[in-house]
Design a binder for this molecule. Sequence first.
Ligand SMILES: Nc1ncnc2c1ncn2[C@@H]1O[C@H](COP(=O)(O)OP(=O)(O)OP(=O)(O)O)[C@@H](O)[C@H]1O
Ligand SMILES: [Mg+2]
Length: 236
Amino acid sequence: MLEARSLTKLYGAHKALDQLELTVEEGEVFCLLGANGAGKTTTINLFLDFLQPSSGQALIQGKSVQEPASKHLLAYIPETVMLYASLTGIENLDYFSRLAIGRKNRKEDLKDLLIRAGLPAEAATKPVSNYSKGMRQKVGIAIAMAKGARALLLDEPTSGLDPQAANEFATLMEAQRALGTAILMTTHDLFLAKQIGTRVGIMSQGRLLSCFATAGVDHVELERVYLDTIGSRMKL
Ligand SMILES: Nc1ncnc2c1ncn2[C@@H]1O[C@H](COP(=O)(O)OP(=O)(O)OP(=O)(O)O)[C@@H](O)[C@H]1O
Ligand SMILES: [Mg+2]
């Protein structure tokens, strides 16, 4: 579904991303781990076509993400979902889903989507100015669901979420994964990566150093592999 082929981003002589090779299949949650400045956000931004690659390609369903026809397949959930504060959850979902799919959904269907994304029913008709970060994120997930996105891209989605909200987020991602969505996310939370990732990749200084299935490791082992991988790179 998502594929990076020798994907590279240079800033002058600095390699922010160095020949990334990566595939995320349908029904897979791939968590990118790595120290600050490793190239995780750069990877997400290249898949979103927010950045132009210096060389290589970012593909979705075999099409370049730079092709307009690929845009409807992707949804992005930023760390802070930007919504219109004075509009309700339903009104925001109505507005953004109409922008994405070009047609209006029935109000009951919009409310149903918000509830499926985990928003309490009574919140859906209240202005989002009163929403917590986790609630805004749920509206973002509902927008992605309304769009029928086949791939979700998320950059540090649980930073600043309390443990309960982070756990609700994990449950939502599991539901999306079960529907066959390909999910690529960055995180610094090894516990979350083990909980919801089917595979993890460890990045350092623009390179993907290690990539493995989470099923074979427990949380303690994942932490050890992470520290060993990053540590050995830092010594170079
Ligand atoms: N616009 C830019 N101009 C120059 N260098 C940049 C630019 N954007 C990012 N970089 C550099 O690219 C590298 C990768 O940055 P990136 O934001 O992808 O890291 P990250 O892994 O997301 O880090 P973090 O965990 O802190 O979010 C860093 O060295 C960063 O300084
Ligand atoms: Mg980042």
